[in-house]
Design a binder for this molecule. Sequence first.
Ligand code: 6K6
Length: 127
Amino acid sequence: MDIFFSASIRGGRDDVDLYADLVTRLEQYGTVLTEHVGTEDVETEQADVGLTDGDIHDQDVAWLRRAGAVVAEVTTPSLGVGYELGRAVAWEKPVLALYRPDGEHELSAGARQRRCRRRRVRNARGR
Ligand code: 6K6
């Protein structure tokens, strides 16, 4: 199965080591299309190969469309992650959103609500 892993990039990279760990764990279940999200210097790497913001958006949306499941780490608020979650829900992809309740930011109401049929939210204690 193709998995789209979504996590903060420009929203803040404090949890990048956690993202790398999650990518490694997810690789047991399928192909992670977006493993670069867990790479420390993703912005530099992608700028080096000449990717524009538009290229990145189009590539990410194509991978999201293709994915059989979406896993998002939402502890660090990120516009890009919110956008990807919105599109994933609209396409009725199964979504697992992970967050740490002891983080600095409160989870947004839209991300926390559980009414979407194919979406699950889990905190670090598994609730
Ligand atoms: C930017 C310019 C040149 O290179 C870059 C590298 N940036 C990104 N590369 C790939 N995906 C990205 C990049 N920036 C954001 N995204 C997508 O948005 C990823 O799929 C993340 O899940 C999400 C993060 O959004 P922000 O708002 O925290 O950046």
